[in-house]
Design a protein around this ligand. Structure first.
Ligand SMILES: [Cu+2]
Length: 167
């Protein structure tokens, strides 16, 4: 998905650069002033229309459609020195799950890793706020919650676990 977004961005940047180059080139030509001015206005309007279309189409898909999906499960997580409290330890597979995360003391980093230690997602856990992240686990297994923000001497011990069911 990131490669597609990158490719689309590069193509659109190239098109924008071509429009600017054409506008600059037409400004320096020996044509009558009124025709050059007309062409420049046309290019500006074309760029505005293309920009509005691209913005409205791209903002509809990334990332707002993810947060708009209805969650099947809500998991409440509290971080503190030096623990994670999680109110559900068995979660379903292939269903959107929302993690509501806050802390009892200082800022922590809520990170979820799979069995091979790969970080799947993370966000800040802050006192006075409930931050939300939605995720769909597509593989069953054991997952660990770790802290990604240094929070004191036992920071490395801030680990808890949950499982994702096979079906
Ligand atoms: Cu920590």
């Amino acid at each position: 998905m990131q490669m597609i977004v990158l490719a689309v961005s590069l193509v659109l940047m190239a098109l924008t650069a071509l429009c600017f180059a054409a506008a600059i080139r037409s400004g320096g030509s020996a044509r009558p002033a009124d025709r050059s001015e007309e062409r420049r206005r046309g290019l500006i309007w074309a760029m505005l229309v293309v920009g509005l279309v691209v913005t409205s189409v791209s903002l509809r898909e990334w990332p707002h459609s993810v947060s708009a999906a209805a969650a099947d499960q809500t998991v409440n997580v509290t971080g503190g020195q030096w623990f994670w409290e999680i109110d559900k330890t068995e979660l379903p597979r292939d269903r959107p799950i929302v993690f509501n995360v806050h802390t009892a003391d200082v800022t922590h980093g809520f990170g979820v890793v799979n069995e091979s230690g790969r970080l799947l997602f993370q966000m800040q856990a802050m006192p006075g706020y409930v931050n939300r992240v939605q995720y769909v686990f597509d593989k069953p297994g054991n997952y660990r919650v770790i802290c990604l923000e240094y929070c004191g001497v036992a920071h490395h011990d801030m680990i808890t676990e949950f499982t994702v069911a096979a079906n």
